[in-house]
Structures are given as structure tokens and as C-alpha cells.
Ligand binder design. Structure first.
Ligand code: ATP
Length: 238
């Protein structure tokens, strides 16, 4: 239901071995929202998504639909309905586009996998054209579409997107974000997006958080962040 907190994170701490990156902060995502996490390089954005999807051990509480998922193994978190599109996309280059999508559906045992594939081919027609091609032969933008579609094939309720714009030309990035907005509008898919391109991300987001050195320094409605002088100087290059 809209307004419900599909993701509720409190006192989040975590990092890599002895290195603590996340210094204990809270954030949440409501059903149907697009929430963006902004921050400088190395601030801890990627680490935050990894903590939510079970890729690193966490301290504190990560609740998905009211259930504690902190400490649960990553594949089990996917089964519960959280899909993570990692930075760098993580598509399987030697496999075809179709097979990448089937991999995305591995947790399912229903018979609607082909139908879902068709549905995402409607959103990303270029993937339909290239369904038998190796993923490695796709352009960067197409690989990002594939990575997103692959994640969607697990039928998530929460989609985590890590720097989808990385390495892509401005027009491609614009198109990518337009389609995130379209998917969100048409399916109500909840999205948590880490993004360097603050301008574009805030344009489609409902709310945003700014992470600085493993802490949240600012949060609010996307419109507010877009018009805040400090945020504009630091992240919007104005
Ligand atoms: P970027 O935009 O550069 O990805 P970020 O905000 O996503 O920035 P993180 O990737 O979360 O930042 O990194 C936060 C800190 O953790 C950085 O100091 C980084 O060097 C460190 N770090 C990231 N990954 C690892 C790792 N696998 N092992 C050790 N330290 C890491």
C-alpha cells in the first residue's frame, strides 16, 4: 500500500573487514517511491545498497515489508523481493540476451517467464531485436537495459539501482531515467537509486538522501534537494 515503508533501515553500520564505511544512519523507502541516494565518490552509496541486498554483513536493522532481513543471505533476499542491479551491470557477457533474462528468473518456478520477458522487451524493444546476441556484444546503454530487465525478471517489489548512468552518453542516460519513471508509473515498482548524475535522478525521484562519509547529511523531497543551495553547489555543479 502506498505510504507503507517497504524498506526501513535503522542504525546501519557496515563495511569491509576492519574498515567501517557506514557509521550508523537511518533511511526508508515507501511503497511506490523512487528514492535517490546522492553523495561524493567513496561516501558509502554502493556500500549502502550492498548492505540492503545482503552482499556485506551489516549491523543495525534492515526491514523489508516489516521483516528483518539484515544478516540473511543475498539469494534469500532476492527471493523475498529485492533485486539489485550492481554498479558495472554484472550481465553475463558470454550468454545471450534471452539467457541473461532467464538467469534473472532463476528463483521463479511459475510459467510466466516468457510472458514477462515479452513485457520487458516492450519497454526495451532493442533487447527484443538482439535477443539471440551475446550480452557482451551490446552497447553500454543496452547492457544497462539488460541488467535492469534481468533484475525485473525476478519480479521484485524493490529494485536497487547502483549508478545506472555510469559510462553512458547523456542522451542514453536521459532515456534510461525516463524509462525508470515509466516503469515506476505503470507498475508501481519501488526503486532505490544511487546516482552521481544528481540532476537527472532528482528529476524522476520523489525523495532523496545525501550521504557524506558514511552518514546522512541531508534528506528531503527531491524538489527541495534540487533547490537547496548547498546541494546545488556540491552535487548539481551550479
Ligand atoms: P563511488 O561512487 O566511488 O562508488 P560510493 O559512495 O558508492 O562511491 P562506496 O563504493 O560505498 O562509495 O565506498 C565507500 C568506501 O568503502 C570507500 O572508501 C571505498 O574505498 C571503500 N570500499 C569499497 N569497496 C570496498 C571493498 N570491496 N573493500 C574495501 N574497501 C572498499
Amino acid at each position: 500500500t502506498p505510504g507503507d515503508r517497504v524498506l526501513e533501515v535503522t542504525g546501519l553500520r557496515g563495511g569491509y573487514g576492519q574498515i567501517q564505511v557506514l557509521h550508523g544512519f537511518d533511511f526508508h523507502v515507501e511503497t511506490g517511491e523512487i528514492v535517490v541516494i546522492l553523495g561524493a565518490n567513496g561516501a558509502g552509496k554502493t556500500t549502502t545498497l550492498r548492505a540492503v541486498s545482503g552482499m556485506i554483513p551489516v549491523e543495525g536493522s534492515v526491514k523489508f515489508k516489516g521483516e528483518e532481513i539484515g544478516g540473511i543471505k543475498a539469494p534469500d533476499i532476492v527471493r523475498k523481493g529485492v533485486a539489485h542491479v550492481p554498479q558495472g551491470r554484472g550481465t553475463l557477457n558470454e550468454l545471450s540476451v534471452e539467457d541473461n533474462l532467464r538467469v534473472g528468473a532463476y528463483i521463479r518456478d511459475d510459467d510466466e517467464v516468457e510472458a514477462d520477458m515479452d513485457r520487458w522487451f516492450d519497454v526495451y524493444p532493442v533487447l527484443r531485436e538482439r535477443r539471440n546476441q551475446r550480452a557482451g556484444s551490446l552497447s553500454g546503454g543496452e547492457q544497462q537495459m539488460l541488467a535492469v530487465s534481468r533484475a525485473l525478471m525476478s519480479r521484485p517489489e524493490l529494485l536497487l539501482l547502483d549508478e545506472p548512468s555510469l559510462g553512458l552518453a547523456p542522451l542514453i542516460v536521459q532515456d534510461l531515467f525516463n524509462r525508470f519513471a515509466e516503469i515506476n508509473k505503470e507498475t508501481g515498482m519501488t526503486m532505490l537509486v544511487v546516482e552521481q548524475n544528481a540532476q537527472l535522478a532528482l528529476a524522476v525521484a520523489d525523495r532523496g538522501y545525501v550521504i557524506e562519509s558514511g552518514q546522512i547529511s541531508f534528506d528531503g523531497p527531491a524538489q527541495e534537494l534540487m533547490h537547496d543551495d548547498k546541494i546545488r553547489k556540491a552535487y548539481l555543479g551550479v
